[in-house]
Design a protein around this ligand. Sequence first.
Ligand code: NI
Length: 393
Amino acid sequence: MAIGFKGEIASLKHEMIQMRRDFHRRPEPGFQEVETSRVVGNRLEEYGLEVTRGIAKTGVVGLLRGGSEGKTILIRADMDALTIKEQTGLEFASENEGVMHACGHDGHMTIGLTTARILSQHRDALKGNVKFIFQPAEEGPGGAKPMIEGGVMEDPKVDAAIGLHLWNYLPIGKVAVRSGPVMASMDSMKIKIKGKGGHGAIPHDAVDSIVIGSQVVTALQTIVSREIAPLAPSVVTIGTIKGGYGFNIIADFVEMEGTARALDVDLQKTLPERIERIIKGVTSAMRADYEFAYTFHYPVTINDEAMVGLIEEVSAAVVGQENVMVFERTMGGEDMAFFLREVPGCYFFLGSSNKEKGLDQPHHSPQFSFDEDAMPIGVEIFARAVMKYLESP
Ligand code: NI
């Protein structure tokens, strides 16, 4: 069967733009997507899907059952906005002070909902089911994991997963895909260096947590530069350092926070041991004590080769082979990783910047916006990918 979808999608373009701008006006941060998820759920019901609300607080699932039995494919979109004060000057700018859709999740929801609408019109031709997942809190602390724990991979059991991110690092009309690890694991840590306070002029009676903390920060740099192979991408960043009382006082403690990342599952597991060993060595050598807490947040986002092949093929049909490129990997994290750990899938990137329209600001910038012409492209790739996947044996 050859359903092109292009004409149908084009006829919905105006409505897509309205929908995206409505989401953009009313952004809500992670796990507070109350109004957003209500709108999403209502739309899915309107398109005739079976809707489940309130999974992982604000998550919504729409199930589209096809005309005949078959596999189930999951399409994932994220709903949360960021706590950023918007400075785009757009007429549809955020009306929620200090909150902004600065990553494109307003577009992801619109693409997901429009795909649901288009496919619901071809329900009888579907050999299997499509499960549309709208998850909270992608930007942290993460809505994918609690939704999986809430049972979204079951009943009917999900066989594969796809998702996309609008990507302002690529011009409109391009699609970037890659097999294997595409985004890094993302963990956080808290470190406390415990010395002994004293007078700034009498250091030998104190244990200076600032000097020791500084040595710890410097020594931690050797994990990536000296311990881990240069061809195994990894990051150890200390992002905050706090301590001290005054210019003539030796601080009794220093607190730090940081993040550690890797593009390899096994390497990720070794990071806490490496970090703590250095903290322990430096502090004990210098008569201090420490506390260390490491939290695993997002796993490595890993794409399945066959699913990547499917997305490459349908993307080439939509934007032309010459516009499908290999994704340049990033050490950013993504909680799509949790779905891809459960089933084979593909997370890909849809070019959304347009310099001529002034839409080329980076994600998470207060000036961020994207070219809305990317949305119909995303819908067509999703719709074609679903048809092709469900037709495959
Ligand atoms: Ni994002």
